[in-house]
Design a protein around this ligand. Sequence first.
Ligand SMILES: [Ca+2]
Ligand SMILES: [Ca+2]
Length: 391
Amino acid sequence: MDIRRIACMATLLLIPITLANCHPATGPLALELVADGFDKPLYLTSEPGDATRLYVVEQGGKVWIVENGTRLATPFLDVSGLLGNDGGEQGLLGFVFHPDYAQNGYFYINYSNTDCQPACNTTIARYQVSADPNAADAASAMEVMIIEQPATNHNGGMLAFGPNDGYLYIATGDGGGGNDPNNFGQRLDTRLGKILRIDVDTAEPFAIPSENPQFDPVDAEPAIWDYGLRNPWRFSFDRMTGDLWIGDVGQGAREEINFEPADSTGANNYGWRNREGLICRPGESNCDLPGAIDPIHDYSQSVSRSVTGGYVYRGSAIPDAQGTYFFADYVSAKVWSLRYDGATVAEFMDRSGELTPPGLFPAIPSFGEDADGELYLIDFGGAVYRIVAAT
Ligand SMILES: [Ca+2]
Ligand SMILES: [Ca+2]
């Protein structure tokens, strides 16, 4: 038993009022190889309710099923022919199952299409599984949304369904270039620099939820949920609470983690391009934005260079990690964890010694979460790992 745990137990005995903040520190963790040999894997998920089948998403457009530790011979989905670009920050970037996948067979993807002047635009599309549960029906594709891209970088990519409202959330970047030259992050007449929220169940291709934020400008984009984001490449919902955690990649100074409580009504301004992390964006003089929300955690690019947002652990295999948020850095492959109670960050820990993949190309593009709430780490060099308690 380590010193933190002893101190915590002593505190619990003496001062019960601190109980909420006195969680035993998570013990040592380790990585367990799940499968290897993927080509630029950048995401992992599972069907709702079935953690025995993992789906590994490759940037080049293929999605592979790993069943009980073995990769199936043919991909579940192959959209490589639909990609106008599969390098840099473009390609197949996001994948999510509909919460009712077992009934309707729908899933959604986010990719860079072949309309590439000046940069390949983003397509959000719906697909359906075929009669074979191991193969998607390529002919089922339905375009949900196009997002025009002024530059190849900062495309966002994450797709997730809100656990409380059932709406589809879509992360977009500011469109790219450097320092958001068109101020898309703060502008409300564009889908860029946002987290969007749409209803994919009551109309095709989608409807705007009636309780989405109402903005003053008449030309405001109605799908906007949050704005002021630079490149929220990976965000996640805490499956237990519904809180939203956003990793927003910084420009040249700060990387940041943003927290949005489950009872938020949207229209949250996360500050970009005026603010970068907890500071004024270098070169920006107007960073006193009324109502802008600062991250709960930021770090300097002298530490690492591109944050990879992760997940709050809600699995059962590592009981003392319950409620702990894990995140990483794509460039440095550092991994950290922290806890947040809505007011204070606690138990910030550098997990790099335990959880940095041992590969030769250790970039970490993403975490994954399965139907049981267990977490995975993706090595862009080709491997996927499960996070486990060290034995
Ligand atoms: Ca872009
Ligand atoms: Ca921010």
